[in-house]
Design a protein around this ligand. Sequence first.
Ligand SMILES: [Zn+2]
Length: 281
Amino acid sequence: MAVVEVELDVPEGVQVRGYERVAGGHAFEVSWGLPEQVTCEKCGCSQRVRAKWADKVQVIRDLDIQGQPAFFVYQPPYQRCERCCHRQWLLAPFKRKHVTVTYRFEEQVLRLLIGSTEQEVARRLGISAEMVRLIVNQRMKDEQAIDPQRVITDVGLDEISLKKRHKLYVTILSDLTDPERPRILAVAKGRDQAAAKACLQRLSPQQRKQVRTHRTDMSAAYACEPLLPNSQRVIDRFHVAQKLGELTDRLRKKDPRLQSAALGGGAEAVPLADVAVPQTA
Ligand SMILES: [Zn+2]
């Protein structure tokens, strides 16, 4: 019998319980630590977690492994409120509510959009252009705070355009402090000064003072220079696009290694056809 060991960089707090090779991809059965207490979202009462697990299986798209899609598979845990009987999901730490992709998959989509069209990104990742747009829209609505302790010395401002039906321009602020690990900090609608400012104002005044370079070819960015009083502008779009491209390639190269060690357990095989379309769960 052939056994395969897959090396996977899992999000923090997530355990891999099993692995199954599925048609054209990899499925990982995952679990995560549940909180001890939960507050009912309906009646507001606080109670001990007594999780139950739904019968249905949730399939979440994660980063590719060796050019093939990987999926996290699990039975979603929920809590039945002791007082009002309301059922609420105990959410997975690696994704937001109502989406079928992980946070890091969303981040990859945004990175790939810098310098590519939504169709190109959709084709490369095997998802629909609607899914790409949905991910961008969700990320724009995000109020996810930037850690005020994070030291950011180099940033990039890029504009992307989504062309289907109505043209949508979006500005992306990236942290390029560690060139090995660029991170997306903020996403705002538009490609004008207001959009660039909206992104930069997500940084605290202290953080903005620490920025030494901002890489951008956006014409609107000059108006933001007062917001980055100690920063020099670098027009180097190719460099930024290349760095982001390299990172994406490296993430894809976290390949499974064929070795003679067994992985216990088994994820339930799931059809992949449904996975690329957003569902509400
Ligand atoms: Zn309740």
